[in-house]
Design a binder for this molecule. Structure first.
Ligand SMILES: O=C(O)CCC(=O)C(=O)O
Length: 207
């Protein structure tokens, strides 16, 4: 199957660049045509081994406020918020999406993907940076959104005037690159009025 039918017409899928102080964010609103976004959303809901991880804070154990999964090449383990992730082997669907992202980012060869399932607007990811040592210096992270539209907030760690807010459509792609992870934080905030799930895939390169 030809993955994204629009692949022959790359000119209609363009990145918008946000030239930020100390980092770069690129946004492609229509990375996937709508029917592909629906197809992959259903496939990932059904086939991904979603896990309910727990984190320890202030001596107490809390469920992570979303479901997660970690896939990739064997041996590329990843640790975040005290959770050690051993990758499950790539699925064909994940490799297909990875291939199309790399069509737009020919210098990248992502070896892993962290998936997040936000069941509704009560699920979130709090302010953080993807700055774990395993990702190396100035990592490029490619983030695909499927399902409900959610807000994505970014703020500079030291300069309160530097902020960015994006509405992430289903089928969109965000690239975070340059020094962004060292100087900026990002979050998906709670949005109580949202009742639909959203899936997010963040492709990463573990060094
Ligand atoms: O869901 C998103 O768009 C962001 C996910 C995220 O920040 C992360 O996995 O580090």
């Amino acid at each position: 199957m030809d993955l994204f039918n629009q692949e022959q017409k790359p000119s209609i899928r363009e990145f918008k660049k946000f030239d930020l102080k100390d980092g770069e964010v690129w946004y492609m609103e229509n990375f996937m045509p709508n029917e592909k976004a629906i197809y992959y959303y259903k496939r990932f809901i059904e086939t991904i081994n979603w896990r309910q991880e727990e984190i320890k804070m202030y001596g107490k154990v809390f469920p992570v406020p979303r479901k997660t999964a970690w896939y990739g090449y064997e041996g590329f383990n990843y640790k975040y918020s005290g959770i050690l992730c051993n990758p499950e082997p790539w699925t064909k669907d994940l490799l297909d999406v990875k291939r199309v992202i790399e069509h737009f980012l020919p210098n990248e060869n992502f070896n892993s993907v962290l998936l997040n399932l936000y069941r509704d607007g009560n699920d979130k990811v709090s302010w953080h940076a993807d700055d774990e040592s395993g990702l190396g210096i100035n990592p490029t992270i490619a983030s695909v959104s499927l399902g409900a539209k959610r807000r994505f907030d970014l703020k500079h760690k030291n300069d309160p005037d530097q902020k960015l807010q994006l509405e992430l459509n289903s089928g969109s792609l965000v690239i975070m690159s340059g020094e962004l992870q060292h100087h900026w934080l990002h979050q998906i905030p709670i949005q109580k009025r949202i009742n639909e799930p959203r899936i997010n895939l963040t492709f990463r390169t573990i060094k």
